[in-house]
Design a protein around this ligand. Structure first.
Ligand code: FAD
Length: 277
């Protein structure tokens, strides 16, 4: 069986120490696992423009393939076009194109630009220079009108020129494979990689999951809750559940896995090693 595509996601650290650790410790350790690329998130209000650029430039300078996430947020076309040119000049040839969410505290006044319009804009301005990945939602985006409309809009992103998709994280493997079937039936041929969130802090994960529409199955919640403050048991059970999820995905032909690393080597590395890749 061919090795599935593997990639690792970061967010831009807020401190100089965090940046140094990410670049000098975390990245070499994860890069040793042979990923296709790293990606770095972007605050849709432009809040992380410089930090995202700084991290991706440093990773690229180390000779590693990296994809900045990008969205319009409240920026005008010139600002986004300039950022695209900067990325090109730094030798970057991948992007993750998103509508984005407003960072909390920035209000809802801004009209966010849908990802299909961003993809079209990138293609208009930079042709085929970038490999563009977009977001996909096996459990359906929380603002979607319906299951069918969400797939319709993913198709629009692909028709605008996206090359692949990365999913929101999920723990229901059936939701992912059903979604792949529905996408295929809708004429989407591009690979849809599974986004995987290792479980480190269960309470934070549960809170975040409520907002982004990713379901944590009841049996996982109950088991996690039963551990209370016993972090070691949470860690062990998290490793077991996520390793099993990834193994099932790989055994069932999933084209690749994108790990939301939360800027940590562990538990991503242990899960990766458990898979015997
Ligand atoms: P869209 O594809 O525009 O979809 C948003 C909603 O609008 C969906 O409900 C969709 O059904 C609907 N829709 C889509 N197109 C249209 C249209 N043309 N007309 C009407 N309705 C439409 N957020 C960040 O802020 N920064 C990041 O770096 C970041 N990285 C992410 C990486 C991945 C892999 C994933 C899965 C998500 C990421 N997010 C990030 C979160 C993402 O920005 C949010 O989920 C956001 O709410 C939707 O972004 P999108 O690109 O999927 O939007």
């Amino acid at each position: 069986m061919a090795k599935p595509h593997i990639s690792f996601e970061y967010f831009p650290p807020k401190t100089a120490a965090g940046k140094e650790k990410l670049l000098n410790e975390t990245t070499p350790a994860l890069n040793a696992l042979g990923p296709e690329f790293f990606s770095v998130t972007y605050g849709a209000g432009g809040t992380t423009r410089d930090t995202t650029l700084g991290i991706v430039s440093a990773i690229r300078d180390a000779g590693i393939d990296v994809a900045p996430h990008l969205s319009f947020g409240g920026d005008d076309e010139n600002t986004v076009a300039e950022l695209l040119e900067t990325y090109k000049s730094r030798g970057i040839n991948r992007l993750v194109g998103l509508r984005g969410d407003m960072p909390s505290g920035m209000g809802a006044a801004m009209q966010l630009v849908h990802a299909n319009d961003l993809v079209r804009f990138i293609r208009e301005r930079t042709g085929d220079h970038f490999h563009i990945a977009v977001a996909a939602y096996p459990e359906i985006h929380p603002e979607s009108r319906s299951y069918a409309s969400d797939i319709e809009f993913l198709k629009k992103k692909m028709d605008a020129g996206a090359n692949s998709a990365i999913t929101q994280y999920f723990y229901n493997v059936e939701a992912y494979f059903y979604y792949l079937d529905q996408c295929q039936a809708a004429g989407i041929d591009q690979p849809i990689y599974a986004g995987i969130m290792p479980i480190t802090n269960y309470e934070n994960l549960a809170r975040f999951s409520r907002n982004c529409g990713a379901e944590i199955p009841r049996w996982i919640c109950k088991r996690m809750e039963s551990y209370g403050d016993d972090q070691e048991s949470v860690r062990q059970f998290g490793l077991e559940v996520v390793t099993q999820l990834c193994q099932t995905l790989i055994d069932s032909g999933c084209p690749g896995i994108h790990f939301y690393t939360m800027n940590q080597v562990e538990p991503t590395r242990t899960i990766y090693n458990n898979l015997g890749l």
